[in-house]
Design a binder for this molecule. Structure first.
Ligand code: HEC
Ligand code: HEC
Ligand code: HEC
Ligand code: HEC
Length: 205
């Protein structure tokens, strides 16, 4: 019994000596380089939504600014339902079964939107057009469950601001396109970024 365990101890010491020597002489090659992850880009810290909301019923064409009705008061609305009009080449409608411009745009006054009862909705309240068909999401949004809340939870510091639906969803192609995942957090620059942000905010005052 005793000789067995003594033998065993000798064997183990031998193994450790061999291991020590092999590490000393780098038998398995050089050490791996330390991976330098890139710093997280500043755009991942900003509070900016993905879209800029259009609040004015205006259109720029060839360097001139038009109101929608400058043209539309003289144009008969199209009699065919189409998802593309060459007069508005930037806009291609891909909104599921909602494939008609005039479910949202007002047929008689193009500088407003419409609900299904033909009430006028101003450009500043475009979320009311979405309400007609996305009731449950709209209710979630009103309560702050859908679409993130911005600014302050603590009401003594300021108000909570809700983003409009179209600050995140393009009304014409509302489905989010697949996104590239952001890199893992490497936020050594977070402190610097937050500092810049606070000095910026102070300089607005
Ligand atoms: C420079 C002239 C011009 C301006 C400005 C203009 N449009 Fe148009 N728009 C047109 C023409 C032309 C058509 C095509 C009509 C057709 O083919 O029947 C059109 C078609 C449309 C349609 C498709 C439904 C329809 O009427 O047949 C919508 C919706 C629309 N415009 C919305 C707008 C909105 C909203 C604005 C302002 C933000 C605007 N337009 C500004 C010229 C204009
Ligand atoms: C789901 C509702 C909805 C439908 C359907 C819709 N629009 Fe719009 N459209 C909007 C909203 C909301 C805005 C303004 C908000 C924004 O873009 O920030 C807008 C803006 C526009 C503008 C001005 C935008 C710009 O970038 O200058 C034009 C022109 C326009 N739509 C044309 C059309 C045409 C043409 C169709 C059909 C092919 C159509 N829209 C279908 C909701 C809709
Ligand atoms: C006339 C009805 C109608 C109106 C108005 C409408 N939608 Fe939709 N929306 C639909 C339909 C139908 C679909 C397609 C659903 C599907 O394909 O499963 C859809 C799809 C969507 C989707 C994509 C859902 C997904 O599958 O990821 C979003 C986001 C969306 N709408 C947002 C909006 C916003 C924002 C507005 C207001 C600017 C709006 N919708 C106005 C009917 C409407
Ligand atoms: C702060 C950004 C933001 C705002 C504001 C916002 N949404 Fe969304 N919405 C999203 C995101 C992100 C998703 C999930 C997209 C995905 O999974 O591809 C989404 C999903 C949706 C869907 C698909 C839901 C489903 O179950 O498939 C609909 C419809 C929709 N939003 C409508 C709206 C409407 C209507 C409003 C305004 C009342 C609104 N959203 C406001 C960001 C927003």
């Amino acid at each position: 019994m005793r000789t067995d365990s003594t033998n065993y101890m000798w064997w183990m010491s031998g193994v450790f000596v061999v291991l020590t020597l092999s590490f000393m002489f780098n038998v398995w090659g050089d050490k791996r380089d330390i991976i330098q992850h890139p710093l997280t880009e500043e755009k991942h810290f900003t509070k900016q939504p993905v879209r800029e909301v259009k609040l004015e019923p205006t259109l720029y064409q060839d360097g001139y600014m038009y109101r929608c009705n400058d043209c539309h008061k003289n144009i008969e609305p199209s009699t065919v339902q189409k998802s593309f009009f060459s007069a508005h080449p930037d806009i291609v409608l891909e909104h599921g079964a909602n494939n008609y411009c005039l479910t949202c745009h007002n047929v008689t006054n193009r500088e407003t939107f419409t609900d299904l009862n033909h009430n006028e909705i101003p450009f500043t309240k475009s979320h009311q057009t979405c309400l007609q068909c996305h009731g449950p999401i709209y209710r979630d949004w009103e309560k702050g469950v859908h679409g993130r809340m911005n600014d302050f939870w603590d009401s003594s510091k300021g108000e909570i601001r809700k983003l409009s639906c179209v600050a995140c969803h393009d009304p014409h192609q509302p489905k989010f396109k697949p996104m590239k995942p952001a890199p893992g957090p490497n936020i050594q620059n977070l402190r610097k970024y937050l500092q810049d942000l606070t000095t910026e905010e102070h300089s607005h005052e």
